[in-house]
Design a binder for this molecule. Structure first.
Ligand code: UN1
Length: 510
């Protein structure tokens, strides 16, 4: 299997040796500080990026405010037409952008391409949505009155995204925001600045060709301080943040303090219940992909398997067998299943979790370790441990391929275990028993934002609302009616009669 030519890909995406990390859409601005993006694949520097300064940030926001005044006047279906063109440009650059995602972030090439496909899909979704931003009409209690609600654009949407889905999560937010009449300021992860610059160039070029003012699509690359600026900036009515619960709490607090809107998509601690009536082959595929896909760095990654005690040993044996066949290595080589973790800090976190598991007396099924053969120092062995759900480490999200096995004997107990964590993103049950699956989906069942039957916890389609409950933050992005968060709702009552009757039968005469 040949490894793609990264130099050609960088050229195609206009990534230079030194890039500027702030864009108003047309102008690229920068300060003196520089970061280097290293690939976790081989540990090599890919390119440098000059960071945005506070003044650069301010310029972006000012331009965005100005752009919003014009952008909101363009009819929504015409805004959709521009998003359609962005989708088309993404189709042209799918191979290059997907490859850069894989090289800069470390996920497999297939997953990198899959991520760009999610971007294309959300653009298509947003195009249709641009003709469907509809509210309800309702009957007034007063004669000759009409009541309805409508949705208006909000203004600037701040998008804070994480390294693990460095491009798709931006597009879920941006494509919807744009058709809704909003403009965006994007702060990507410092760990994946180049894919963000590539996306900014792709989108900004489409806006420019359509003679749209700069500022509809802006980018600021900076550290956590930049995230704080966005969270506290009352010029930004909505902040959509994806990342850890710790980050989300900090952002949510700041946005809440100024009574702005926060859309939070934070940590998960996702479980699959494997019933004794499950199709074991399908369960195994769902569980293994969920646990090791993206090297366990999806917020939807499968962290816990809650297995019926009658089949526990058999599932364990089959899992070990499946794990032994997994190929770890360069994710750009399509014969490998698993690439590296994002960086050495992630490797430290993985090792800390392994040490804690040992301290707590968790039983290793496949012990974890760092794979020393790889130069970047970011490759680890996917691990499996038998645990108690109550263990502190099991209650926390470790962004790494560590899978916990837990036994159950009764379906209600399994659901209780599944829900007994602080997070509430994704969940699944593998069963052929309709009583079990319906119970799992009922109000007594999973307390997560996503609950699946006979598929795993990861790999959600863009058409559904994406997000979760409890410490996952409660936000919903992407499909269904998630667009409503990006608009302000207005209720309108119109009196077309000659009198002015008051509601609730109140009489007031002059
Ligand atoms: C994330 O990890 O932040 O459902 C998003 C999935 C992907 C999105 C994950 N479509 O696994």
């Amino acid at each position: 299997m040949s490894i793609p030519n990264i130099t050609g890909i960088l050229k195609d995406l206009q990534i230079n040796p030194v890039n500027q990390g702030c864009s108003t859409g047309i102008h690229w601005l920068h300060g003196n500080k520089t970061i280097t993006s290293y690939s976790p694949v081989d540990g090599k520097p890919i390119a440098e990026v000059k960071l945005a300064t506070d003044a650069n940030y301010d310029s972006c926001i000012k331009v965005a405010q100005e752009a919003f005044r014009q952008w909101r006047l363009i009819p929504a279906p015409k805004r959709g037409e521009i998003v359609r063109q962005i989708g088309n440009r993404l189709r042209q650059h799918k191979q290059a952008l997907g490859t850069l995602v894989s090289y800069e972030m470390g996920k497999s090439l297939q997953e990198g391409l899959g991520e760009v496909q999610e971007m294309i899909d959300i653009c298509d979704f947003a195009v249709g949505l641009s003709r469907q931003l509809h509210g309800l009409t309702m009957h007034s209690e007063r004669p000759n009155h009409r009541m309805y609600e409508q949705y208006h654009p909000l203004g600037i949407v701040g998008i804070i995204s994480a390294f693990n889905f460095p491009v798709a999560v931006w597009s879920w937010n941006a494509a919807l925001a744009w058709v809704c009449g909003d403009v965006c300021v994007w702060k990507p992860s410092e760990k994946t600045p180049l894919t963000a610059i590539a996306c900014q160039k792709i989108a900004a070029e489409v806006f420019r060709k359509n003679n749209i003012d700069e500022g509809v699509c802006t980018l600021v690359i900076g550290n956590a301080e930049m995230g704080k600026k966005i969270a506290t900036d009352s010029r930004i009515p909505l902040v959509s943040a994806t990342g850890s619960t710790r980050m989300g709490k900090a952002v949510g607090e700041k946005v809440g303090a100024r009574l702005g809107k926060a859309l939070l998509e934070l940590g998960g601690n996702n479980a699959i219940i494997i019933s004794n009536s499950a199709d074991l082959e399908a369960s195994l595929i769902g569980a293994v992909f969920g646990a090791v896909g993206t090297c366990g760095q999806r917020c939807t990654s499968t962290r816990r398997l809650i297995i019926h005690n009658q089949i526990f040993e058999e599932v364990k044996r089959k899992l070990v067998n499946a794990y032994r066949q997994l190929k770890i290595g360069n994710p750009l080589d399509e014969s490998n299943h698993i690439g590296p973790l994002i960086d050495k800090v992630a490797v430290e976190n993985y090792m800390e979790a392994i040490n804690r598991l040992n301290e707590l007396g968790a039983k290793p099924v496949l012990e974890g370790k760092v794979l020393a053969d790889f130069k970047s120092g970011c490759y680890v062995k996917p691990a499996i441990y038998e645990v108690e759900n109550k263990m502190d480490i099991v209650q926390t999200e470790t962004f790494a391929p560590i899978l916990y096995l837990i036994k159950y004997s009764d379906i209600k107990e399994a659901i209780e275990i599944q829900n007994d964590v602080p997070q509430g993103l994704s969940s699944a049950i593998m069963t052929q028993n309709i009583r079990e699956s319906e119970l799992f989906l009922s109000h007594e069942g999973s307390d997560c934002g996503i609950a699946n039957v006979n598929i795993g916890t990861s790999g959600a389609e863009i058409g559904g609302a994406f997000g979760g409950e409890k410490e996952t933050g409660g936000g919903r992005e992407s499909g269904s009616d998630a667009w409503k968060v990006y608009m302000r709702r207005q209720t309108n009552t119109i009196n077309y009669g000659k009198d002015l009757p008051l509601a609730q039968g109140i009489k007031f005469e002059l």
